[in-house]
Structures are given as structure tokens and as C-alpha cells.
Ligand binder design. Structure first.
Ligand code: ADP
Ligand code: MG
Length: 281
């Protein structure tokens, strides 16, 4: 149906959310460089299809929030973006994962190389039982960075993760003595030390107190100047605060994606409207 043929309600005071039908699939950024993209992505656990033909683009220097009720496939989708699902027994992926246009979902792809460029941070902070310094230096060391460079990498990564000032005098003490919020920023620093392009964050603040959550949110706003960010969050206020694009998943499908301000004020699909107004999930 063309837009002009849709019945237009008079403004009767109710919201007119469904008066406009968008028939084109959402394409957030025609002019922007696309860093990462999936086309018709399907993810299976055994026979069960957990992700159903999801096509979504992640523009450079852009924060994309993935929202939806528990169990709808947000983590599964996020993990497929850097081939982390390879580590899950019985998990199989079909479709395209394109990083700067290059197919990642093919045999022979160097997954360690991918994970350097597409870093990931999980819900629970998971620092190694090592010093703060060794946590951040771990990846670069493993990939052969010379010792002389490590101090610089550690300092720069901790600064980018907004943690340097809090830890610069205790770099060689245990990371496990840090607060939860500090540990999560340390995990972000550990990912940044690999000099990635993309950061995948799976509910990075959900185990944190409000002050630490605020710090992580501020940090994400800062990080997008340099990185492309995909973040899973079940906190809708958080999605509204920090993301440019919001993608709503439900039962393994991408129901709708669009500019965050539009998604929250004028979602195009009934399921999105229902979810955002707290009717399920
Ligand atoms: N390792 C696994 N093995 C089998 N099924 C899984 C596994 N991980 C997740 N699932 C299933 O896939 C679906 C999506 O889960 P998940 O991606 O964790 O959702 P979300 O992150 O949105 O809560 C759920 O039905 C879940 O039970
Ligand atoms: Mg999850």
C-alpha cells in the first residue's frame, strides 16, 4: 500500500503511531561506511533455529542497541558477529557476516584475527586472576607485541576505558581487587588493547551499580568516536540514552530496526510498540 492511500486518523488525542507504513527495510546509513553487516543470518542450536534470517547493518562510529525480551536471541546474534558461537557445541551458522565487506562466515577464516578486530565484553566482568597491567597486556603480548611497547599500550587502553586515573598507582596489583564497575572497564580496556574496530558488548552494565553503569554509558559515548559499537541491553532507558540505532528482536527475528529516537516515539511494528510499552518480556 502506498503511503498516500493509508487512512489518516484525525488527531483525536491518541497517539498516531501506526498511521505511517514504512515498506522499505530499514537502512540506517546509506552515506555512512558500513563496518559490519549480516544478511539472512540463521543460527541453529542443533535442530532449533535461534536466529531467523536477520539482516542488519552496523555503521562506523555508531552505537547500535539490540533489545528484546530474554531468550529472543540477542546474545546468540551478538556472538555470531565475531564467530564466538564457534565455541558453542552444536551451534551452526548460515548466511552472511560481512566485516568491511569481507565474508567472515566461511571455513578457513582466522577467528583469532577476527576477534582482535571485533572485540567482545560480557555481562559479568571476567578479568584474569592477574595484575591490572597483565590483564590489559595479555592480548598484545600473546600476539607478539614487543615488551617495550606494552607499557604504552596498557596506559593508552586504560585511558580510553576511563580507568587510568583510578588504577595508575596500582597497575601491578590484582585485578580481582577492583570493584565490579572497575573490572568491567578493565575488560573494555583489555579489548581495546587489541586495537579493534568494533566492540560487541553483551549487557555490560547489567551487573553493575547505578554509578558504575553511568560511567560505562559515558564511556560508550566516548568510544563511538573511534569504534563501532553493538550493545545488547535489556534496559530500555539505557538503549534510548546511548544508541543511535535500536534493533528489536523477538523470538529469533529482527522485528524492526531504526533510529533510536524514532523507535522509542514512533515504532512501526505492533510488537515493538507492545514491548516498549511493557506489555511483554
Ligand atoms: N548454548 C546453547 N545451547 C542451546 N540453546 C541455546 C544456547 N544458548 C542459547 N540458547 C537458546 O537460544 C535462544 C536465544 O538465547 P539467547 O541468545 O541467550 O537470548 P537472549 O540473549 O536474548 O536472552 C534461547 O531459546 C536459548 O535457550
Ligand atoms: Mg543474552
Amino acid at each position: 500500500m502506498a503511503l498516500s492511500t493509508l487512512p489518516r486518523k484525525e488527531n483525536d488525542g491518541s497517539r498516531m503511531r501506526f498511521s505511517v507504513a514504512i515498506e522499505q527495510p530499514f537502512s540506517p546509513a546509506k552515506e555512512q561506511e558500513i563496518m559490519l553487516e549480516t544478511k539472512n543470518l540463521r543460527v541453529f542450536y542443533g535442530e532449533k533455529m535461534a536466529i531467523r534470517d536477520v539482516s542488519l547493518t552496523f555503521p562506523k562510529n555508531h552505537v547500535t542497541a539490540l533489545i528484546g525480551p530474554s531468550g529472543c536471541g540477542k546474545s546468540t546474534y551478538l556472538r555470531s558477529l565475531n564467530r564466538m558461537n564457534d565455541e558453542v557445541p552444536g551451534c551452526r551458522i548460515e548466511g552472511d557476516i560481512l566485516y568491511k565487506g569481507e565474508q567472515l562466515n566461511r571455513p578457513g577464516t582466522d577467528v583469532f584475527e577476527i576477534r582482535k578486530q571485533i572485540g567482545m565484553v560480557f555481562q559479568r566482568p571476567n578479568p584474569f586472576a592477574k595484575s591490572i597491567f597483565e590483564n590489559v597486556a595479555f592480548g598484545p603480548k600473546h600476539h607478539g607485541a614487543r615488551k617495550a611497547l606494552l607499557e604504552g599500550i596498557v596506559e593508552e587502553s586504560l585511558k580510553k576505558a576511563a580507568l587510568w586515573d583510578e588504577v595508575k598507582d596500582r597497575l601491578h596489583t590484582s585485578a580481582l581487587a577492583l570493584s565490579g564497575g572497575q573490572q568491567q572497564r578493565l575488560c573494555i580496556a583489555r579489548a581495546l588493547a587489541m586495537n579493534p574496530d568494533v566492540l560487541l558488548l553483551d549487557e555490560p552494565a547489567s551487573a553493575l551499580d547505578p554509578v558504575s553503569t553511568g560511567k560505562v554509558e559515558e564511556l560508550i559515548a566516548e568510544l563511538k568516536k573511534e569504534y563501532t559499537v553493538a550493545i545488547v541491553t535489556h534496559n530500555m532507558q539505557q538503549a534510548a540514552r546511548i544508541s543511535d540505532t535500536t534493533a528489536f528482536f523477538y523470538m529469533g527475528e529482527l522485528i524492526e530496526a531504526g533510529p533510536t529516537s524514532q523507535m522509542f516515539t514512533n515504532p512501526q511494528k505492533k510488537q515493538t510498540e507492545a514491548y516498549l510499552s511493557g506489555h511483554f518480556g
